[in-house]
Ligand binder design. Structure first.
Ligand code: ZN
Length: 239
């Protein structure tokens, strides 16, 4: 270990949830000078059982280990909109571990992720789904591959309603590699309306993929009665 890293370790890593200091051994997950402690991980809302969630709007089954709220939501906002890429690695580790314990059934050739437009990628400097997918690849021992590109520049979906989101992503993606007869896991960071991941899945299947299993790191839970309120809560957090 390099001297500077030893020095940093001696001062401790800061937990991104409670801001307490931990050693690398005591932290649950750590990346560079950031960590997540066990107490804070326990605050994540977890999806029980085999992590399957049904989205009736698009007739989709999506695997998700976590519900998008509380601390995890705060970490995602910092990861996506405040340049805290280290938080994405922490989230990725948690997602990877969840799926190493409960892998989706079946064998897969590749794991891929929802692409960003060039413009969004340049603004952010990274694709949040791609970072998370690296940990999923390691956990499931399936290679990562870039299979999709975004052909139409993204318009921020934050203030859109479901029907508008659907129109916004229609025909917005294309394959950039051969997917014929391949069994693919497709990862999106946050499952909101389902419009984006549904369109990506359709693009892969239209190009000849045999099967496309959908995985998301966090699922936005909507209740029938306070749909509107939940909707406001996720403003600015898609894309
Ligand atoms: Zn903590």
């Amino acid at each position: 270990m390099r001297l500077i890293e030893k020095f940093k370790d001696a001062r401790g890593l800061i937990c991104c949830g409670c801001r307490r200091r931990f050693t690398r051994i005591d932290a649950l997950y750590s990346y560079k000078s950031v960590c997540l402690c066990g107490d804070c991980f326990n605050k994540f809302d977890k999806v029980s059982g085999n992590m399957r969630i049904y989205n009736p709007d698009y007739n989709l089954i999506v695997y998700s280990p976590f519900i998008y709220r509380g601390l995890l939501r705060d970490l995602f906002i910092a990861f996506k909109f405040k340049g805290m890429s280290a938080y994405g690695h922490i989230i990725g580790m948690a997602v990877g571990e969840a799926f190493s314990k409960h892998p989706p059934a079946g064998r897969y050739d590749f794991i891929t992720y929802v692409p960003l437009s060039k413009q969004r990628y340049n603004e952010r400097g990274y694709n949040q789904s791609e970072i998370i997918s690296r940990y999923l690849c390691r956990a499931l021992n399936v290679p990562c591959k870039e299979l999709l590109i975004r052909t139409v520049a993204a318009v921020r979906q934050s203030s859109m309603r479901n029907i508008e989101r659907m129109r916004n992503v229609r025909n917005a993606f294309a394959v950039c590699d051969d997917v014929k007869d391949k069994r693919i896991i497709l990862l999106d960071d946050i499952h909101t309306s389902g419009s984006t991941i549904h369109e990506c899945q359709k693009t892969l299947l239209d190009a000849g993929a045999k099967d496309v299993c959908l995985i998301t790191a966090a699922f936005v839970k909507k209740s029938r009665d306070n749909r509107e309120e939940e909707y406001k809560e996720i403003v600015c957090e898609e894309d």
